[in-house]
Design a protein around this ligand. Structure first.
Ligand code: NAD
Length: 283
């Protein structure tokens, strides 16, 4: 029977630590870490994420600004706003909520954020730093996974880590972080052959596919650690992950539930990156 990795509890304790460090840092330097989030258009899911980020910042004593721009905002107008925030000394982290409307070139916008304020770590300079292992920021979701493994003292060094998914925001940076911890890492994706054969060799299996109940019991090794990054709607309309949780539960040693596993960690890691950006700004 598996031990459940409680992302809510770990997230709460990390946020408590961040709040304490934020207060100490403000006292020492007079600088309050500040995050600006730009949202373009009215995507309801994005609006919820942005509201949650704003509230999380306030809860840990950070300065938070939300900039709402209309759907018909031009690329130039958005780049001007990013530039304005880049020059604003009260703002240490800039995040442009994705996805952007189709007429805007996401890559150009990400590149316009100064790397030292890029708290999502999507700028090519930050992606490169992750590759060579001297990053300041790590993309929030894979950073959250690492924090969870650490909180439960799960050893990574020398382990077979298999990641299903190769996206720029989850799969690839997840692989790099595990490699930095001396794991033997395999990345699987939609063209991987004999997927179950590969995943069933994993000591630590990370699922970031975006398909409910994709990982079945036969794909998982006895005693493995299973980290479920997926956020999907099941047939019953409820939130569920990529892993067939009930089927896998008795076979594995640790598992993250959905909701309540990786999800709560993502915004927490954004707060951590914002604090890091503020600290770096006074160095
Ligand atoms: P994505 O769509 O960019 O990537 C999905 C990956 O899955 C791709 O690399 C693809 O190759 C792989 N894949 C698809 N079908 C496959 C198959 N049959 N076999 C093997 N691999 C296959 O998605 P993403 O942005 O990386 O997100 C993945 C999931 O994680 C989604 O459910 C998303 O909602 C969730 N997510 C959660 C958080 C969080 O905070 N917990 C953050 C980001 C993403």
């Amino acid at each position: 029977m598996a031990q459940i990795i409680d992302g809510k509890a770990v997230s709460a304790s990390v946020r408590e630590r961040i709040a304490k460090e934020t207060a100490e840092f403000a006292k020492e330097t007079g600088v309050i870490p500040g995050l600006a989030v730009i949202i373009v258009g009215e995507n309801p899911a994005s609006q919820v994420y942005v509201r949650n980020k704003h509230k999380a910042c306030q809860d840990v004593g950070m300065h938070s600004v939300v900039i709402e721009m209309p759907e018909n905002t031009t690329q130039e107008q958005l780049l001007e706003k990013v530039d304005e925030l880049a020059k604003d000394n009260a703002i240490h982290g800039i995040l442009v909520q994705l996805p952007l409307p189709a007429h805007i070139d996401e890559e150009e916008v990400i590149k316009a954020i100064p790397p030292e304020k890029d708290v999502d770590a999507f700028h090519p300079a930050n992606v490169g730093r992750i590759m060579i292992g001297n990053q300041s920021f790590v993309p929030c979701t894979p950073a959250g996974v690492m924090e969870l493994l650490d909180a439960y003292d799960i050893e990574i060094e020398g382990k077979n880590c298999v990641i299903i998914g190769r996206s720029n925001i989850v799969g690839k940076p997840q692989a790099m972080l595990m490699l930095q911890k001396n794991a033997t890492v395999t990345i699987c994706h939609s063209r991987t052959k004999n997927l179950a054969e590969v995943t069933s060799k994993a000591d630590i299996l990370v699922a970031a596919v975006g398909r409910s109940k994709f990982v079945t019991a036969d794909m998982v090794k006895e005693g493995a650690v299973v980290i479920d990054v997926g956020i999907n709607r099941g047939e019953d309309g409820k939130l569920c992950g990529d892993v067939d949780y009930d089927a896998v539960f008795d076979k594995v040693s640790y598992i993250t539930p959905v909701p309540g596993g990786v999800g709560p960690m993502t915004i927490t890691m954004l707060l951590k990156n914002t604090l890091t950006a503020a600290k770096d700004s006074v160095r």
